[in-house]
Design a protein around this ligand. Structure first.
Ligand SMILES: Cc1ncc(COP(=O)(O)O)c(C=O)c1O
Length: 343
């Protein structure tokens, strides 16, 4: 039997499930600008409940949800404290400068996280330079560290250190954090003021992210979404898949995590390299370094496996619902074919 391409580039490659396609076909819709779309309203209410917030807003993408959150929290000329490798800092095309007129006070984010004490120090130091900090931003799970999740106690410490400064959570993969930590999304989000999460990644919906917070915050965000042209009309057609994503696709993320661990174990056994070259695997992302990431990705591709190079030495594999156990076996067999000198 010939196997299809094994796509380990990202969990964004997932396609809508049969149940999603049925829900999309049957969705009751209306013009969401008039707040007439019951399916969008259902998805927003469901997400708000899952993360324990008053209200939520449906947006086309995770980047837009983060940018809208920042515009809603931050006045121009202010600063955001965030980890130096977070998505909002490194992968959003300088969006915060263009869209909100703010800049960053970056922190070192070993394992994707930093301590409350460091935040407290940064806030204190900002006072010496008249730097107005308008937001603290966190990422959970943290992509560049290999999908690490924040421990609840660490989040509590950040909350304590933040005082009255709001905290925004980029929870693109929040439900991976829920499954890995055993803490409900609402418990995780009790320590933040706003949270965004994507239904379009491991949860397999075709489009969309949600932003949640207080009622007043979400009303502001609704206006900011409009200024970026992000409002949608009969969006219930895609929101219907989001409802299925939240209801049916969360618990199965455990399979993705187990499969990422299997890939990690195989990588560890195949190469004679120090452990530090492979990130500890906590969720669905495997990050490891090789001598030449570009040629490593090429060799994989020639053998039917797609992966991403994060930089010239770093490879990322992401497991997701469009892969099964056989795909992971096949990917491991292909890894075994790669000569030692290519690692
Ligand atoms: C941590 C994180 N935040 C935000 C985003 C942006 O999401 P989107 O691709 O839907 O804009 C991503 C996308 O990969 C992400 O990994």
């Amino acid at each position: 039997m010939t196997r299809e391409i094994i796509d380990l580039r990202s969990d964004t490659v997932t396609r809508p499930t049969a149940s999603m396609r049925r829900a999309m076909a049957d969705a009751v819709v209306g013009d969401d600008l008039y707040r007439d779309d019951p399916t969008v309203a259902q998805l927003e209410a469901l997400f708000a409940e899952r993360v324990g917030k008053e209200s939520a807003l449906y947006l086309p993408s995770g980047v837009m949800a983060n940018q809208v959150a920042i515009r809603s929290h931050c006045a121009p000329g202010t600063y955001i404290i965030a980890g130096e490798r977070q998505h909002i800092l490194t992968y959003e095309y300088g969006g915060v400068a263009r869209n909100a007129g703010v800049s960053f006070l970056p922190l070192r984010d070993e394992n994707g996280r930093f301590e409350g004490e460091i935040v407290a120090e940064k806030l204190m130091a900002s006072g010496f330079y008249d730097q107005k900090v308008s937001l603290i931003a966190l990422e959970n799970t943290h992509m560049e560290s290999g999908g690490k999740y924040w421990r609840i106690e660490e989040l509590r410490q950040i909350r304590e250190a933040a005082g009255a400064t709001p905290i925004h959570l980029d929870g693109a993969r929040l439900f991976n954090a829920q499954v890995a930590s055993g803490q409900l999304a609402s418990e995780i989000c009790a320590n933040v003021d706003s949270v965004m999460s994507c239904v379009s990644k491991g949860l397999s919906a075709p489009v969309g992210s949600l932003l949640a917070g207080s009622k007043e915050f979400i009303e502001r965000a609704r206006l900011e979404r409009a200024t970026l042209g992000g409002q949608m009309r009969q969006a219930g057609v895609i929101a219907a898949a989001g409802v299925v994503a939240l209801n049916e696709m969360v618990d199965r993320l455990a399979d993705d995590h187990r499969r990422a661990s299997r890939l990690g174990e195989a990588i560890r056994s195949l190469v004679v390299v120090p452990d530090s070259r492979l990130s500890d695997i906590e969720t669905n992302i495997v990050i490891f370094s090789v001598s030449n990431a570009v040629s490593f990705v090429e060799v994989l591709k020639e053998n039917g496996v797609l992966a991403n190079a994060l930089d010239h030495k770093t490879i990322r594999f992401v497991t997701h619902s469009d892969l099964d156990e056989g795909d992971i076996d096949a990917a491991i067999d292909i890894l075994k074919l790669i000569p030692q000198e290519s690692w």
